[in-house]
Write a protein that binds this ligand. Structure first.
Ligand code: MCA
Ligand code: AMP
Length: 503
């Protein structure tokens, strides 16, 4: 397969005046714009010294320009590296040093913080990109040519690196190739029956797989269009839905829409498809949604390292509480977490994945990569089983991970930050049910001084260290943590004791 951009471009509408992205109260970006603006940016990247294989790291507000930069990177053979806008300076310092990008693109308002950070980390260039066309990168590209010869790429050449946190603290850069992204996108196009007639409602962030690859690549791969919202806002989504045919979201989107009286059966009667993923969709929400709207949400299962693995069927039963069948070309098996023995159908074990969608490994971490594969299968860390009809269900996680509103939070990272505080002897961080976010973060803290119980002092001291979505929403003080005979904290006990923290 050629460069992913060329594979996508082959599906752009013949009439390039057709819209690609429509921003309510904002401009329309046509497919002619997509070609011209991505070419200008690709030429500008070259002027800035970005070569094939170089990383381009981006922490910028959601914008169509950022998508154009993603395409420019594909075209120039550079590796796109988007970063969550919530990351703090301390978190960014790590990414800069680990990925050594040739260029860092940041929000103009963050330049004062980012420029010295980048200099100290040896990043040669910093450019800015704002929400609405502002910033030095796009300005600098204005005079560049609208023509650019897209670089030929092999399937295994890198297209993007996306960082995912690890159970042992350090974030790992998942290396995704042109072949990974192309295979998944064209598989999903066929599986979900995407066509040029579709209008996707896009309210997801674009620094993760869901909003960037699943949503955006699918639109480009069908020459269809999207309604591009800056973020999820229930009333703006309700305003835009009458013009859409498909919506993708994390469960929190659907939980919030169901709270809106204006979200009615009539409002969505024309819709073709609602898709959910990134976190478990409860069977209750699935049921409530279908009672209210007549639509069965289609739930699918993915990971940063693998793109999408399974999906409920388009035509057949979309079964609440399951994530559906392995996608065509994707092989899924269930293994014993300890021995790796492949388990018979129906038994619960760790989900392992093989296919053209599975990433190439973690950036500069060959040992970690090797440790997460078994006989060519990627060990997901999710626990599940496959029923007699071939539906996969996820029942838990072998990895200590919290998913809040579709964002992953690794307790180990939060515990390390809390344990460094002078008031703290030790801590344990758990996720418990949260009505809006699915799971909410609770920190259980043993203070150095008995009687110390100032939760605000703890979260206040974490502000510069942790992105705000990782912040504990409740801090509980205890004299000691429950531990087993090996001295390991019994998080199950804590989850039972504190399970109703947010109810
Ligand atoms: C925002 N906040 C959060 C979250 N988001 N806290 C916990 N969990 C969150 N997910 C905090 C902010 O820091 C802020 O805190 C306060 O909530 C309000 O911020 P605001 O921006 O207004 O938040 P929101 O609009 O309520 O955002 C919630 C959201 C958003 C709409 C659910 O988080 C979101 O768009 N999530 C989608 C994530 C996603 O795309 N995941 C895909 C990953 P404070 O007031 O303290 O400052 S890709 C993936 O997982 C795989 C591959 C897959 O299968 O898709
Ligand atoms: P990330 O590393 O951000 O890509 O998150 C991937 C993780 O999200 C998976 O390993 C699962 O634990 C979880 N996940 C994604 N989709 C679903 C889903 N439909 N149901 C349950 N968990 C999901």
């Amino acid at each position: 397969m050629p460069n992913l951009y060329d594979s996508l471009r082959a599906n752009f509408p013949a009439d390039r005046r057709q819209p690609f992205a429509v921003e309510p109260d904002g401009p329309v970006t046509t497919y002619a714009d997509v070609e011209a603006r991505s070419a200008r940016l690709a030429n500008r990247l070259r002027e800035l010294g970005v070569e094939q294989g170089d990383r381009v790291a981006v922490q910028a507000p959601k914008s169509v320009d950022m998508l154009m930069l993603y395409l420019a990177c594909l075209r120039a053979g550079a590796i796109f590296l988007p970063l969550n806008t919530a990351y703090t300076a301390g978190e960014l310092d790590y990414f800069m040093r680990d990925a050594s990008p040739a260029l860092f693109v940041c929000d103009p308002v963050s330049l004062g913080t980012i420029a010295p950070l980048a200099e100290a980390a040896g990043v040669p260039r910093v450019e800015t990109m704002g929400a609405a066309g502002a910033g030095s990168l796009v300005e600098g590209a204005q005079g560049c040519s609208e023509l650019f010869d897209t670089v030929a790429m092999a399937d295994e050449d890198l297209a993007a690196i996306l960082y995912t946190s690890g159970t042992t603290g350090r974030s790992k850069g998942a290396m995704l190739s042109h072949g990974n992204l192309a295979s998944n996108c064209f598989t999903l196009r066929d599986y979900w029956r995407f066509t040029a007639e579709d209008v996707l409602l896009h309210a997801l962030p674009i620094f993760h797989t869901h909003g960037l690859f699943v949503a955006t690549n699918l639109v480009l791969a069908t020459g269809s269009q999207m309604i591009f919202l800056p973020a999820f806002d229930a009333s703006r989504v309700i305003e835009a839905l009458p013009r859409a045919t498909v919506m993708m979201g994390v469960p929190t989107f659907y939980i919030r829409l169901l709270k809106e009286p204006a979200f009615t059966r009539e409002l969505v009667s024309h819709m073709r498809l609602f898709i959910s993923g990134s976190a478990p969709l409860s069977a209750d929400i699935h049921r409530e949604f279908s009672e209210r709207t007549g639509h069965a949400i289609l739930e699918r299962y993915g990971m940063t390292e693998t793109n999408m693995n399974t999906s409920n069927p388009y035509d057949g039963d979309r079964i609440a509480g399951t994530v559906g069948h392995p996608l065509p070309g994707v092989s899924i098996r269930i293994a014993d977490p300890e021995s790796g023995r492949v388990l018979p159908q129906g038994e619960i074990g760790v989900i392992e994945i093989q296919g053209p969608n599975v990433f190439l490994g973690y950036w500069q971490m060959p040992e970690k990569t090797a440790a997460e594969f078994r006989d060519g299968y990627f060990i997901s860390g999710d626990l599940g089983f496959i029923d007699e009809r071939g539906y996969v269900s996820i029942v838990g996680r072998a990895k200590d991970l919290i998913i809040s509103g579709g964002y992953n939070i690794y307790p180990a990272e939060v515990e390390t930050a809390i344990d460094e505080l002078p008031q703290v002897r030790e801590s344990a961080v758990i996720g418990v049910p949260h009505p809006d976010m699915g799971e909410g973060v609770v920190a259980v803290v043993v203070p150095r001084e008995p009687g110390f119980a100032d939760g605000a002092a703890i979260t206040g001291a974490l502000t510069d260290k942790l992105a705000r979505f990782k912040m504990p929403r409740r801090v509980v003080f205890v004299d000691e943590l429950p531990k087993n005979g090996m001295g390991k904290v019994q998080k199950t006990v804590l989850r039972e004791q504190l399970g109703d923290s947010f109810s």
